[in-house]
Each structure stands twice: as structure tokens, then as C-alpha cells.
Design a protein around this ligand. Structure first.
Ligand code: MCN
Length: 780
């Protein structure tokens, strides 16, 4: 049988999902269920002078109305779970419902629970709130200025934390021929998963057990946090996330809404459901990015980079969301040198409170920002010294024989062949020819440009010891159980929690490949804390390198035991047995075989087991990696800008990625495509905008531009294979690479296209209006 590892089989989850047979949280229907709706602040910053819920309580169908006072003491403040060390972090309280003050438009003020969704919604309008509106601040740099409105009394100056890493490259800057300086703005993005967030809770007062269905990327983390918030012990709290319609980082966080639903179910003794509408999704579900970055790169005239300084001001929004403080620090700060051998670097990060929706992880989380800065700086440096961007990259790449390589920011890149991916992409593009063609087109008045992005990513999060050292309040290992049933079919239980990435297919491929059985015989179970002992979830492209490795280990343990039983059945010693294609065989004697299925059956019948071997065939593994994974690649984008309209057309997009051995090329291709689209979305169209009063003016799909398929050419993708040296599969994450790489590739391309106009930088998103103004000499 041909190996199923590396085969482009179709995603087995898709027939269920595209025929309406998925089971999402909002599909959960329970007898006697009530519906919650949350009154949200219309002001970005205000004191609550008076809150009157009496009329709402008397409205038809309303069962209860809860205020901040009602829940205080019963629902603990919503915590952040990432405390970067040495950052003097202010973990200011985030009450589930506001008590004295609201701090952003969307902050929860009261919750209505009613017999129907409509009754709950209608009753919100009967709640009377008298607000004393306070001055608001939405810009993180302005929030740090003297005299800015202060959000939290215990965080004067609105600084939530200040973190630094590396060593100041003062001497390198002094000895440099050239210093390039630039200010970058990473605009705020809205994740917009297809399925909005939802929560259902059911409490059994007799047993004290609570079941919560949640739109979660990490049900065990949700259980861990909600257990503390609600005071329900973990062994009595079950969290289920079956089908989740995308998350892109926004369903990692533990939200106040979820805690409130659990609280109401316990308080009222009836199941409660809450599902946000799209407007709430825009307003309340965490946003991504929103940072200002000052970068300084020192270099030599020959193109060598010698030092890097980064100062970032990151907008945290009104409260610190679950993983938020780790994004601009650990996930951004530590990878800012990219794939380059820069001897010294220093990073300085301020996390700042503002009257905006809290930010948190959004696909790539920190790494797209780091890649954007270093890839734009590489181009600016190249321009400054009159060299081709490719030459600068090749000159500074960490060479493939230098791994493992410790960066000046303390990461140990385990493997890489950066030159290899770049060369492959150049060949695919026919780069030298392209440059000649570009000249010819320019002479005809056509503005065509090419942009490069050579990235390295830190993912596969990650060793638990390192997680602890960088302040993450959890472990980052993964669990797996491989259970072989008497008939030879297999159930795999994983603590990871895929929500669109396709591991129901690829994890089955890992096990089918190891056991030599049809992939249809393997079922993957995830997303239920009662069925899976423990897990840390899906984010940071960790599911395959960490969760998949745990599965491979558990499967190997099953095989080890099966081999003992097979040897006993074949009446030879274990060393004399080999296993291939689902068959145990006495070495060199093809006539003496035992099929995997026969051995499995014997393990369960237990009529004739070797001495000391227990019946049954099941193994569990807990895998904690020794390092992160470092996928890398080279992306190139070719654009043409229409000077009449400012419109940008993507002519070609080439992506060469290295995620180690590929389990399923079709799924990997899909992840790369989706990632690129999101990265291009940031470069060209997307951007959340607040007005001065803190109103989100891009609060609907009418105002927030999303990428559309028709705007893209067919992507040209390829791979190199450099296995991760430390995990049993050699795999590295691919779920975020496209988003990380694409944004600077596009911006570099547009800047290149507009070079004849003297353009050296453009602030994202590159809307036609902005480009037109640049071309026509008006202020952008
Ligand atoms: N894969 C493979 N061979 C490899 C590496 C990966 O076949 N060498 C496959 C995996 O088995 C899996 C997929 O590629 O089917 C992505 O795996 P991995 O890189 O491990 O990433 P995760 O599963 O951990 O996904 C997380 C990543 C992140 S962080 C975001 S955000 C994101 C993303 O994936 N959100 C997504 N992709 C998404 N895709 C969808 N549809 N929806 C989201 O919310």
C-alpha cells in the first residue's frame, strides 16, 4: 500500500461542513433553554451614573436581568494569561460587566436572559443608563502623552507594560556606513471568522456539573480559566468545541460573555445560550495588530546589516485580553531580526491601554509585524545603498551550514535553507528577465513592480519551559491517545482543537501511515474536555508539530506492544519481526506473517498473550517539544499600478515555503492560499478605523473591506523540505506562513512599481485613493 503520508487526499471534514451537517455551538438546542443578550456601552469612555433595569425585568419573556453589581463576587474578573517577565505588567481588573466605568464601545453593561432571543434583544432597549461621558483616547501614542485620559487608575499614563530584549547595538551604529530609520504603522485588523462567537451553558444543580459549548480554539484553556472565573472545579466543568467556523486567533481568548452565560445558567438553573451578531463580532471580538513601530537598521555600504533597533507602541485596547501581552513582546520582539545574521539587536515594547476593543492574536500574531518591518527595512536599506533587494537578502541570510543558530534575541533557529527557497522563487519568476521586462514596460508608461519577502517564523508553540520563562501562564505540550478497537479501527484523541485547518484528515493520515491501514479506518476526536484528558489547543501553528508529534508517539507505543504480541503469535523473538504495510513478518521469511488486524484482535481476545503483556491496545503520549519550529520561505509579488485610478492589480504571486515533510499537499496549499489572501488583505484593503470619540466607524462589512477571490491571480506555490530536527515527524507549521510573508511582499512590490514617482514607502492599506494621491502629488 502506498504511503498515505504526503498524499493529497480530500479533507474528510468537508462533506459534513458543506452539506449543513456540521454541529456549531449555535446549533445546540436544549430543553428549557433561555437566551441571553448583552447591553453594550455606546460610549468609548464614560462613568455609569445610574443604571435602571426594572422596566427590562418586567418585559414579556424576560426571566432575569443582571448588572455588574449582580455578578461582582460571583464572576471573577477576566484575566490575562500572558505576563511578559520584567515588564511591570498591570493586570488591571476586567469585570465581566462594567461596574463604575465603561472603557470601550461594546463594553458589557447588563445582561438580559429571556425565553427567546428576540425577547432578550427587545428588553435591552428598556434598560436605562445615565452615562457621564469622559474624554476618550484611541491612539496608543496619544494615550501615552501627558494629560491623556486615563483608563485604569492602577495604570497611570495608560502603560500596561514595558518590555525589552537584546542588547543595544550602540557600537555597531557608530561604526556603520549607513543608518536607515523608519516609522511603520500596522493598522488595526478585524479577524472576521465566518462563524461569530457563541456560548451555551447547562448546569446541573444536583451534581454541580456544568457543560459549556463554546466557539473555542482551546477548550482546555477555556476550562482552566472559566473554572477559576466561575468557581467550578475542573472535574465538574466540561467544555465542548465541536465544529468551529474559523477563529484566526480570535477564539483563543476567554471572553466576559462566556463567563456570563455560565453564571446565568447556574443562577437560573436552566440552559442559557448567547450568540453574537455580526455587529457585536466587529465591536467585541478581539482585534489584531494596531502598532506603531520605529525601526533603525545600521549597515555597511557593501550591504552587510550590523545592528537593529526596534521600538514598538502596541495598542492593547481597553483591557488585556488572554494572550494579548505576548503578541508584541515574545511573538513579535524575538523574531525581528528575521532570517538575517544581524549581530546585535534591541527591542523595546510598550503595551498601552486605549478606549478601543481589546486586541489579541490575529493570524500570525506578532510575526507578520516583525516580518513586515525587517522586510521593508531590507528594501529601504537596499535602496539607500543602490543594490537589488535580492542581493541584500542573499548577503545577510544565515547560511544553511550555520544551524543551529542563536540569534542576538536569544532564539535558537534549529534549521534552515533560506537561500534555497529564494533561488527557487527566483527561478519560478525568471527574475533577471523580469527586471528587463520591467524596464521595457516603464518606458511604455506602465508601472509594474516586484516585491520580495523572505521570512522565518517562530511557531509550533512550544516548549513548556520556555513558555514559562516568557510568562505564558500555561503549558505548551500536547496530549494524544490512540485507541485501537478490536476490529482494527482506530480512534485518535487529540488535545489540539482544529477549527478549519484540516487535522481531522492529516492526523488520520499520520496514524494510517504508521499502522499501514486505510485512512478511512481512523477517526480523529478533538474539542471535548470530557473525552480528551488535556490539551493546549490550536494556535501558533502548533497543532501539527506538537499535537501531530504526540499522535505519532502514541501510535509508535501501540506498535511496540503490537510487535510483542505479533512475535508471540509467530513464535519468534521481537527482534526477528519486521513491520511494513500493515503486516508483521518474520525477517526473511515472507510466508510467516501476521496482519495488523489479526494482532489487534489477539490483543483484545487475550487468549494467548505473551507473559507480562496486558490486554487491550491503546497508548497515550504527552509531547513537549524541545524547541519551537522555524518554517521559512520566499514570497514574491508582481503588481501593476494604474496611474489613472490608483488601482493595484496583482499579476503574479509566487510562494516557496518550507514546512518540513508535507503530510497533505492539498491542505498545505489551501493553508498557504488562505494565509496569502489575509496578508494581502492587510496590505491593500483592510483596516479598522475609530473616530476621535472612540466609535468604530468600520463596524460592518459595508465599511470594512475584505479580500475577494476575484482580486487574485492563481497563486504559484512550491516547497523545499528541511525537516525540523527535533520532532518525530520533522514537520513545521504552515498555518500562518502566508499571512506572515504576503503583506511586505505586496507593499514592497507597489513601492517598487512607483519608484519612478520617488516613492520609498506607503502606509497600509494601499487603497486606490491613497495611491492616486501619491501619484498626483497630493498629500496621501
Ligand atoms: N500540515 C501538513 N504538513 C505539514 C504542516 C502542516 O499537512 N508539514 C497541515 C496540518 O496537518 C493542518 C494544516 O496543514 O491540516 C495546518 O497545520 P499547522 O501548520 O499545524 O497549523 P494549525 O493547525 O496549528 O493552525 C493554526 C493556524 C493559525 S495560528 C491560524 S490563526 C489559522 C490557520 O492556522 N486559522 C485558521 N489556518 C486557519 N484555517 C482556517 N480554515 N480557519 C482558521 O481559523
Amino acid at each position: 500500500m502506498a504511503s498515505v503520508f504526503g498524499t493529497a487526499i480530500k479533507r474528510r471534514e468537508d462533506p459534513r461542513l458543506i452539506t449543513g451537517n456540521g454541529r456549531y455551538t449555535d446549533d445546540v438546542q436544549l430543553p428549557g433553554m433561555l437566551y441571553a443578550a448583552i447591553l453594550r456601552s455606546p460610549h468609548a469612555h464614560a462613568r455609569i451614573r445610574r443604571l435602571d433595569v426594572e422596566k427590562a425585568k418586567r418585559a414579556p419573556g424576560v426571566v432575569a436581568v443582571f448588572t455588574g453589581q449582580d455578578v461582582a463576587g460571583k464572576v471573577a474578573p477576566i484575566p490575562t494569561a500572558w505576563l511578559p517577565p520584567g515588564s511591570d505588567i498591570k493586570t488591571t481588573a476586567h469585570p465581566a460587566l462594567a461596574v463604575e466605568k465603561v472603557r470601550y464601545v461594546g463594553d458589557g453593561v447588563a445582561m438580559v436572559v429571556a425565553e427567546s432571543r428576540y425577547a432578550a434583544r427587545d428588553a435591552l432597549e428598556l434598560i436605562e443608563v445615565d452615562y457621564e461621558v469622559l474624554p476618550a483616547v484611541v491612539d496608543a501614542e496619544k494615550a501615552m502623552e501627558e494629560g491623556a485620559p486615563v483608563l485604569h487608575d492602577d495604570a497611570p499614563g495608560n502603560v500596561a507594560f514595558h518590555w525589552q530584549a537584546g542588547e543595544d547595538p550602540a557600537a555597531e551604529f557608530e561604526g556603520a556606513d549607513v543608518v536607515v530609520r523608519h516609522r511603520f504603522r500596522q493598522q488595526r485588523l478585524i479577524p472576521n471568522a465566518m462563524e461569530p462567537r457563541s456560548a451555551v451553558a447547562q448546569y446541573n444543580a444536583g451534581s454541580g456539573e456544568m457543560t459549556m459549548w463554546l466557539t473555542s480554539q482551546n477548550p482546555h484553556i477555556h476550562r482552566f480559566l472559566l473554572s477559576n472565573i466561575l468557581g467550578i472545579p475542573e472535574h465538574k466543568l466540561r467544555v465542548v468545541a465541536v465544529d468551529v467556523g474559523g477563529g484566526f486567533g480570535s477564539k483563543i481568548a476567554c471572553y466576559a460573555d462566556e463567563a456570563l452565560v455560565g453564571f446565568a445558567a447556574r443562577e437560573l438553573g436552566r440552559p442559557v445560550k448567547w450568540t453574537e451578531d455580526r455587529r457585536e463580532n466587529f465591536l467585541v471580538t478581539t482585534h489584531g495588530r494596531d502598532e506603531v513601530i520605529y525601526a533603525e537598521l545600521a549597515g555597511k555600504r557593501d550591504g552587510t546589516m550590523v545592528g537593529l533597533r526596534i521600538r514598538m507602541v502596541a495598542n492593547m485596547g481597553a483591557y488585556l485580553s488572554t494572550a494579548a501581552p505576548g503578541v508584541p513582546t515574545i511573538l513579535f520582539g524575538l523574531i525581528t531580526v528575521g532570517p538575517y545574521r544581524i549581530p546585535k539587536a534591541h527591542v523595546d515594547v510598550f503595551g498601552v491601554f486605549t478606549n478601543t476593543t481589546p486586541t489579541d492574536a490575529y493570524r500570525g500574531a506578532g510575526r507578520p509585524e516583525a516580518t513586515y518591518v525587517i522586510e521593508r527595512m531590507a528594501d529601504l536599506f537596499a535602496k539607500e545603498i543602490g543594490k537589488d533587494p535580492v542581493e541584500i537578502r542573499e548577503k545577510n541570510f544565515i547560511p544553511s551550514d550555520a544551524f543551529p543558530y542563536t540569534t542576538p534575541l536569544g532564539l535558537q533557529y534549529d534549521s534552515g535553507n533560506y537561500e534555497g527557497t529564494l533561488r527557487k522563487a527566483m527561478d519560478m519568476l525568471n527574475y533577471e528577465e523580469f527586471r528587463k521586462e520591467q524596464e521595457r514596460l516603464r518606458a511604455q508608461g506602465r508601472y509594474v513592480g516586484i516585491g520580495w519577502s523572505t521570512y522565518v517564523e517562530i511557531c509550533g508553540l512550544g516548549p513548556s519551559q520556555v513558555a514559562g520563562a516568557v510568562g505564558f501562564q500555561g503549558g505548551l505540550w500536547e496530549s494524544a491517545t490512540v485507541r485501537v478497537h478490536p476490529g482494527g479501527k482506530v480512534t485518535v484523541f487529540t488535545g489540539a482543537s482544529p477549527h478549519g485547518q484540516g487535522e481531522e484528515t492529516t492526523f488520520a493520515q499520520i496514524v494510517a501511515d504508521r499502522f499501514g491501514i486505510p485512512v478511512e479506518d481512523v477517526e480523529v476526536v478533538h474539542g471535548d474536555t470530557d473525552r480528551i484528558s488535556m490539551g493546549w489547543g490550536t494556535y501558533g501553528s502548533r497543532t501539527t508539530p506538537v499535537g501531530g508529534s504526540a499522535i505519532a508517539m502514541a501510535a509508535d507505543r501501540v506498535l511496540e506492544k503490537a510487535r510483542k504480541i505479533a512475535a508471540h503469535m509467530l513464535e519468534v523473538s521481537e527482534e526477528d519481526v519486521e513491520f511494513a504495510d500493515g503486516t508483521f513478518q518474520v525477517k526473511g521469511v515472507p510466508s510467516r506473517q501476521a496482519k495488523f488486524q489479526d494482532v489487534v484482535l489477539q490483543a483484545h481476545l487475550a487468549w494467548n498473550l505473551p507473559p507480562g503483556v496486558e490486554p487491550g491496545l491503546e497508548a497515550q503520549a504527552f509531547y513537549d517539544p524541545v524547541n519551537f519550529c522555524y518554517p521559512f520561505g520566499a514570497h514574491a509579488c508582481v503588481v501593476e499600478v494604474d496611474p489613472e485610478t490608483g488601482k493595484i492589480e496583482i499579476l503574479r504571486y509566487v510562494a516557496v515555503d518550507d514546512c518540513g515533510p508535507v503530510i497533505n499537499p492539498m491542505i498545505v496549499e489551501g493553508q498557504v492560499h488562505g494565509g496569502i489572501v489575509q496578508g494581502v488583505g492587510q496590505a491593500l484593503w483592510e483596516g479598522a478605523v475609530y473616530d476621535e470619540q472612540g466609535q468604530l466607524v468600520t463596524g460592518s462589512f459595508m465599511d470594512y473591506a475584505m479580500p475577494k477571490a476575484k482580486f487574485f491571480p492563481a497563486f504559484e506555490t512550491a516547497h523545499t523540505v528541511t525537516p525540523a530536527p527535533h520532532n518525530p515527524l520533522g514537520v513545521k507549521g504552515i498555518g500562518e506562513t502566508g499571512t506572515i510573508a504576503a503583506t511586505p511582499a505586496v507593499v514592497n512590490a507597489v513601492v517598487d512599481a512607483l519608484a519612478p514617482f520617488g516613492v520609498t514607502d506607503l502606509e497600509m492599506p494601499l487603497t486606490p485613493e491613497k495611491i492616486w494621491k501619491v501619484i498626483h502629488g497630493r498629500e496621501a
